[in-house]
Design a protein. Structure first.
Length: 442
């Protein structure tokens, strides 16, 4: 069968796979096969566009941009030419001079601002240009105050998710700034920038039937880089979110910080919680958090990832001295956790021989219910960093060179052989193709 006569669904699947593995050279070659391939290739070739100090005049002023912009769905604006000592002078005209031409990308659904200190005029001008934006990424964006940040969020009328990393200087925040998001926001992902935990929760939003943060029903909350100073703030903010929260993930800068949160994470105000995950935390923190809300009528998944401890002996000591039977009393009892079907412990591969039997021996009921999953991952720390990079910056290709190795690490439990004599690369690509097929057909 010639390439031109392939079913459109198969062509679309091939191009989608090339897009997801960031293989733009092959994707470009596919666009030259025939008119059918060209039409479908454009959707992926121009799906992501990055504007920065060096390329934005050429892209925005190009006669081809109006045609290509119709296929763009994610726009990244990085390192703008602004008058700041943090940025070197640029020979190109300021971004603000061509701001009106950016409206050609009005069809985008995801917008990312990276490493920039936008002016107030720019903050007011950007949201009206992108009425369809549903996901906003902010990486090292220096807002003058938190109030301007929330004003910026609310200017996007259809915003559903906010992802923040390395945020603005919180020392300029005031104690009375509100925590209002647009009504449609359902997910907040803050890693390395806890922009709202440092501002007190307004009394008016407490006990609001899950309508936390100014009347917003947040369903997904993922916080990374939690420090000791955030321990006192975590409980009132979980209370403010209330019944709306379904997925909660907390990551800590160090195990010493995680230990301070012991008995401070109260899940009793989140009865609809379906999944709960802790990153870089000891098992006793998972136990205290689950105990705070027992019985957990709707919890389906619980995950604990342990890596980056000072030495291997320390993590072995923590895992072998912990009373796993106490945790098993929660996760292994079908009356206390009726919907729980997966408790995942992600550990370094090197720990398998020393802790595997200890954990399984202490969690007999969970093993009997087949809810316990021990995942021993090689280079777990790097794998977790890789996962975070993808979530923080889906536009970048920083992880491309390491893609194959870490993809194998993360899904090592689910790897299948495609052909007995095929190289390892083929196995990974086959797995990705299987996942794409399942997603498309299912």
């Amino acid at each position: 069968m010639s390439p031109a006569s392939l079913p459109q669904e198969l062509i679309s699947l091939i191009l989608s796979f090339l897009f997801h593995v960031h293989d733009k050279p092959t994707l470009s070659s596919c666009s030259l096969v025939s008119k059918a391939w060209l039409s479908l290739s454009r959707t992926h070739l121009f799906h992501d566009i990055t504007l920065n100090n060096r390329n934005h005049p050429q892209i925005l002023l190009s006669p081809y941009t109006p045609t290509l912009a119709a296929y763009t769905r994610r726009l990244k604006i990085a390192r703008l030419n602004i008058a700041s000592p943090s940025f070197p002078p640029s020979p190109f005209p300021p971004f603000s001079d061509t701001l009106f031409q950016i409206q050609r990308f009005s069809a985008i659904t995801s917008l990312m601002l990276q490493r920039t200190a936008p002016s107030k005029n720019m903050l007011l001008a950007l949201p009206p240009l992108f009425p369809e934006v549903r996901h906003l990424y902010l990486d090292a964006v220096n807002f003058p105050t938190s109030a301007e940040a929330y004003t910026f969020f609310c200017a996007f009328g259809r915003l559903e998710k906010v992802t923040v990393s390395h945020t603005w200087d919180q020392s300029k925040s005031t104690q009375r700034e509100p925590l209002y998001f647009p009504p449609g926001v359902r997910g907040v992902d803050a890693r390395g920038g806890l922009f709202f935990l440092k501002v007190p929760v307004p009394v008016s939003v407490k006990g609001g039937e899950g309508l936390g943060y100014g009347g917003v029903r947040v369903r997904v909350l993922r916080l990374g880089g939690l420090r000791i100073r955030d321990a006192a703030a975590i409980a009132p903010h979980l209370e403010a979110i209330g019944k709306g929260l379904e997925h909660l993930e907390l990551g800590f800068v160090a195990y010493s910080a995680a230990e301070v949160f012991h008995n401070k994470i109260d899940l009793s105000s989140t009865p609809n919680l379906r999944s709960f995950a802790l990153l870089r935390a000891p098992p006793k923190l998972l136990l205290s958090a689950l105990r705070s809300a027992a019985p957990l009528q709707k919890l389906e998944e619980a995950t604990l990832t342990m890596h980056s401890m000072l030495d291997e002996a320390q993590i072995v000591r923590v895992l072998t001295t912990f009373d796993w039977a106490t945790l098993d009393a929660l996760t292994g009892d079908a009356l206390r956790t009726p919907r729980l079907h997966n408790v995942t412990l992600r550990l370094e591969e090197s720990l398998r021989t020393r802790v595997h039997e200890r954990v399984k021996g202490g969690m007999r009921m969970s093993v009997g219910r087949k809810v316990l999953e021990l995942r021993f991952v090689g280079a777990l720390r790097e794998a977790c960093e890789w996962e975070e990079q993808i979530m923080q910056d889906p536009f970048g290709t920083r992880w491309t060179t390491r893609y194959e190795r870490h993809f194998r690490d993360v899904v090592s439990v689910h790897l299948v052989k495609c052909t007995s004599g095929a190289p390892r690369t083929s196995n990974v690509r086959c797995l990705e193709l299987q996942l794409e097929l399942k997603e498309t057909i299912g």
